[in-house]
Design a protein around this ligand. Structure first.
Ligand SMILES: [Zn+2]
Length: 131
């Protein structure tokens, strides 16, 4: 993907339009978002299984946490994959913006008005979860 944008940067003079960059960005981000959504679904279903099994243990009065080891590992794995995909998404956006010539904002604003770094997950002022 990075190659594509590198080529575009060099090719801008040769008449490649902003539209092309935008539509490529859209195709790529849509694909990555779909992958993230699949990963989240798998994670949810694993969590549901773990929750059900845990409840059954509660009913039976015996807890065997080791039984969840594999599932927890799998969930951790999914989390890592999601993190990578989100980074990829950010890179696609940045690359496209760079080509088009817009400077991406260095901060984002929380609904409370606080300005935070782009990678902030939570607002340091009010504690809200950020997009
Ligand atoms: Zn806030």
């Amino acid at each position: 993907m990075a190659d594509f944008f590198d080529k575009l940067k060099k090719g801008l003079d040769e008449g490649i339009t902003k539209m092309k960059v935008k539509s490529k960005e859209l195709v790529d981000t849509t694909k990555i978002k779909g992958e993230i959504s699949n990963l989240n679904q798998r994670k949810s279903s694993l969590l549901l299984t773990v929750g059900t099994e845990f409840y059954n243990m509660h009913k039976a009065g015996t807890f065997d946490i080791d039984k969840f080891k594999d599932k927890f590992n799998e969930i951790e794995n999914i989390d890592k994959q999601i993190e990578l995909k989100e980074k990829e998404l950010e890179e696609v956006r940045k690359a496209a913006e760079e080509v088009i010539g817009k400077t991406p904002p260095k901060t984002k604003k929380c609904s409370c008005g606080a300005e935070l770094p782009l990678d902030a997950k939570f607002c340091t002022s009010c504690g809200s979860k950020l997009d």
